[in-house]
Design a protein around this ligand. Structure first.
Ligand code: ATP
Ligand code: MG
Length: 262
């Protein structure tokens, strides 16, 4: 399956949630997984590390900055489940690295790729949680990945937004990573019972067909248990109840589809 960047420049669509539950599905399937928190907000880190980290701990930022000599393998910490490791983000350091990258010269797009190369062999799957921006961090994520998975909230899909994202992906393919593939779109926070939810779901499928990429089916519904389990650092299969168990299988099935394609 390799290295997957989970992207959308829109905030709050469920990128981090998707990374969390896909990582869970993968460790349950016996895979060795690394999640890379490439978002300066560090939301994913706060739910996915085994031990809480303090703000001044070494982190992904130290591995990406040209000003520090730490390597990625020095900053990786254990995750909440056996089989899971985390390249964490804490404090304000990654925001500073993002600013540093803006002013850096040639090679800045490859920092994450170079660091990941040291550890790729240890993992079956590496999931990169990108920030909600088409910035140098996201470009580093796309340059380091074999495939990009777009997470979209159906009602937030806009022709404009997706065009920007596809143009960025296209630019990365042309300049930095010609083998980057688009793995498809996961529709999250879907509200099947609303007219809007159904309408946008159909629009998305039409757009997917037109542009030739997969829309994962079924979409992930908007359900409090998904947010609750994530906040409690628990997999949906660990949460208890038939509803959570059924939701867990959505991610298990996505993972199987991803295994078939990358
Ligand atoms: N399917 C869902 N059902 C209910 N709540 C959800 C679902 N997916 C995500 N959420 C909640 O929506 C909020 C945003 O999700 P998340 O943080 O994963 O989005 P994001 O795209 O990573 O955001 P950001 O762009 O800020 O990084 C969180 O509070 C999360 O718990
Ligand atoms: Mg996020």
């Amino acid at each position: 399956m390799g290295v997957i960047a989970v992207c959308n420049q829109k905030g709050g669509v469920g990128k981090s949630t998707t990374v969390f539950h896909l990582a869970r599905a993968a460790v349950v399937a016996g895979k060795k997984v690394l999640v890379v928190d490439l978002d300066p907000q560090g939301n994913l880190t706060s739910v996915v590390t085994k031990e809480p980290l303090s703000e001044d701990e070494v982190s992904l930022a130290d591995a990406l900055s040209a000003r520090t000599s730490d390597r990625l393998r020095d900053v990786i910490v254990p995750g909440v489940w056996d089989g899971l490791d985390v390249a964490p983000t804490v404090g304000t350091a990654l925001g500073l690295v993002r600013d540093e990258l803006i002013q850096s010269g040639p090679g800045r797009e490859h920092r994450l790729r170079e660091q990941l190369a040291q550890v790729t062999r240890r993992y079956d799957l590496i999931l990169i949680d990108c920030p909600p921006a088409l910035d140098q961090l996201t470009i580093n994520g796309l340059t380091a990945a074999n495939g990009v998975l777009i997470v979209s909230q159906s009602k937030l899909w806009s022709a404009n937004g997706i065009a920007h994202l596809l143009a960025t992906i296209d630019g990365v393919q042309r300049h930095f990573n010609e083998t980057l593939g688009i793995l498809g779109v996961i529709i999250n926070l879907h509200e099947a019972h609303t007219v809007g939810g159904r309408y946008w779901n159909e629009e998305l499928h039409a757009a997917g067909e037109q542009r030739g990429f997969r829309i994962f089916d079924p979409p992930v519904p908007k359900r409090a248990v998904i947010a609750d389990a994530t906040e409690a650092s628990r997999g949906l299969d660990e949460w208890g109840g038939a509803d959570a168990a059924a939701l867990a299988t959505i991610f298990t099935d996505y993972l199987k589809e991803l295994e078939g394609t990358s």
